[in-house]
Design a protein around this ligand. Structure first.
Ligand SMILES: [Zn+2]
Ligand SMILES: [Zn+2]
Length: 73
């Protein structure tokens, strides 16, 4: 199963600087939510790796625990 699926039609999203569904012709941004407090996480780009920081918990969250959702732009 793909990790980047359109929430409307479940087709795989293309990456073009943002996530795009060719079928729905909608672009999405990927938003991470804190697994502990449900707050929207801040994405920190460091050394080629993405880290997710929760401003509510005031700590970094492991990517494997982060819940991702696609929001239409
Ligand atoms: Zn779609
Ligand atoms: Zn949190």
């Amino acid at each position: 199963m793909s990790e980047n699926q359109c929430p409307s039609c479940n087709n795989e999203l293309d990456w073009e600087g943002e996530y795009v569904c060719k079928t729905c012709q909608v672009s999405y941004k990927k938003i991470g939510y804190c697994p502990d407090c449900e707050a929207e996480l801040e994405k920190l780009q460091a050394c080629g790796a993405a880290n997710y920081f929760c401003n509510s918990c005031n700590e970094l969250k492991s990517k494997s625990r982060v819940r991702f959702e696609f929001a239409a732009n």
